[in-house]
Design a protein around this ligand. Structure first.
Ligand code: FAD
Length: 475
């Protein structure tokens, strides 16, 4: 008999949360804390969504998306999770750029970037101040027609070296380009510039483990290996139930942390929406997908601390977004993980991230796909030899992931790793106006992407759900 992962669930809940990414986990936690009965359904065998990790023989643990997030995560974790979680967040100070235009080290905050822009790039101090103030002053209600390219042209005309320093890390962080609305850049960049780049000491497994304990303390019914096939909607366009692993479970509201397009087009079904809303949903562009190469060193072997924590490497002469996103990799970010990442461990690991268009991978036959992964590993090692000359002799394990890997594990269309482009945010926010009681929380619109964006969006949406459930006769 196959195991019943839904054994003992109730017939009905106040809220069903579909997906245990950081947004889904946070919504579930807040709503349970408020006293609602919450069922959390995750199709994978592990919680966390993209905030995940995997183990390999020899005791290696790889983090997938623990490269860096802004300082704001400390406050969000303290307020919406626990002090203990917030206390494990520590700063990464060794950020490095190596490319044909410049070689720099920075703590990646406003003071240090100001110093570099003025001293290294010769930008007038008042221009730098105005640029930072403009970026920080941007908010969702600003005009949304100005692009990031136009923002840079206003402050640094003709300076593609400056644009490279300001934009390259953000393109890596969320796949955004110069044609995306300037506010998506302004908000994400300013979040980082506030106080630098942070990480979770103990690794993603420790973070998600602590979150799981807190969810259980607050009474969330957590079910893994539970794939939601359908969100059932009544003729009055109100959420009624979900169908998960073939079982119907009634609920007053649903928070879907799954991809916004699959939530609408697949799980609910097109017949329940206005035509114009459907057209806008179909038109949402998914944000760029990622590739990674995971490398573990033999126990006891390490690399020089001068490697830093995050290294933005590029061989491309100028700043070229298409080149950055292409499978013909000429740019990579290396994350260097020291044993302190997981206190008590003796392991040194390196993860190389490259942005890569999904279609470049999906067009390949199985054979060519495997070959392309091998080539990616080989070119990554060749590049890494610049910084860790003996990498090949100290390497214990290496493997690669592509957008198709992320698609398999998270069910995200096209393996999209950073949700959707900007237009996805509006659809996500307007969903409850189409279907009463149905909400979406998860990476959308670039701004709501990444660890901090996902957590904060989970908070915003749980407040909306609370307001809905408070109204007498909401269901
Ligand atoms: C390679 C990579 C590196 C990254 N690096 C960073 C970084 O350094 N810093 C940073 O801040 N961010 C990073 N990110 C982005 C960050 O990880 C994500 O933006 C964030 O974790 C997404 O959270 P989310 O809540 O949107 O949901 P997701 O993590 O996308 O989770 C959605 C969940 O829903 C589940 N699900 C989907 N459909 C169903 C269904 N039908 N039934 C049940 N469950 C379902 C999925 O299995 C998944 O668990 C990275 C992402 C990737 C891929």
């Amino acid at each position: 008999m196959p195991r019943d992962f839904l054994k003992g669930t109730k017939d009905s809940y106040d809220v069903v949360v579909i997906g245990s990414g950081l947004a889904g986990l946070t919504s579930a936690n807040i709503l349970a804390r408020q006293g609602y009965s919450v069922l959390l359904l995750e199709h994978h065998y592990q919680l966390g969504g993209m905030a995940t990790w995997f183990r390999r023989a020899g005791g290696h643990i790889f983090d997938i998306s623990l490269h860096g997030f802004p300082f704001g995560m400390i406050k969000s974790c303290r307020k919406y999770w626990t002090q203990d979680i917030a206390d494990s967040i520590v700063q990464l100070k060794g950020i490095r750029f190596e490319n044909p235009q410049f070689s720099l080290r920075t703590t990646f905050n406003r003071d240090d970037f100001t110093r570099i822009l003025v001293e290294h790039f010769g930008i007038a101090p008042e221009t730098v101040v105005r640029f930072f103030d403009t970026a920080r002053g941007m908010n969702f209600y600003d005009e949304q027609t100005r692009t990031t390219r136009q923002l840079f042209e206003q402050f640094f005309p003709g300076r593609d070296d400056v644009v490279r320093m300001l934009m390259e890390p953000i393109t890596y962080a969320n796949g955004s380009t110069l044609e995306d609305p300037a506010i998506t850049y302004g908000i994400v960049f300013s979040n980082f510039m506030q106080k630098g780049v942070y990480t979770f000491q103990g690794g993603t497994d420790a973070l998600v483990g602590k979150m799981r304990e807190e969810l259980i303390r607050n009474g969330v019914d957590i079910r893994i290996r539970s794939l939601v096939e359908q969100i059932e909607v009544g003729p009055d366009r109100t959420v009624r139930a979900v169908v998960v692993n073939g079982k119907r479970i009634a609920c007053r509201s649903v928070v879907s942390n799954a991809n916004v397009k699959s939530t609408i087009l697949k799980m609910v079904g097109e017949q329940h929406f206005d035509r114009s809303f459907l057209e806008a949903t179909r038109a949402i562009r998914l944000n760029n997908s990622s590739c990674q190469v995971y490398m573990a060193l033999k126990p006891g072997e390490g690399f020089d601390e001068s490697c830093g924590d995050l290294l933005f490497h590029s061989e491309h002469r100028g700043f070229d977004i298409e080149a950055l996103l292409s499978r013909n990799v000429s740019s990579r970010t290396f994350s260097f993980y020291y044993p302190e990442t997981r206190p008590g461990s003796d392991r040194w690991l390196i993860v190389s991230s490259t942005n890569a268009n999904y279609r470049d991978w999906m067009e390949l036959s199985t054979e060519d796909y495997e070959l392309a992964k091998k080539e990616l590993i080989e070119s990554t090692l060749a590049c890494l030899e610049t910084y860790v000359p003996n990498i090949r002799s100290i390497l214990d394990h290496v493997e690669a992931a592509t957008p198709s890997t992320f698609e398999r594990y998270t069910k995200h269309l096209e393996g999209s790793s950073f949700g959707t482009k900007f237009e996805g945010l509006q659809i996500s926010r307007e969903l409850p106006q189409q279907i009463r009681g149905l909400y979406h929380a998860g990476s959308v619109g670039i701004i709501m992407s990444g660890w901090l964006g996902a957590v904060n969006y989970g908070v915003i949406v749980s407040n909306d759900v609370d307001k809905y459930l408070m109204v007498p006769g909401s269901v």
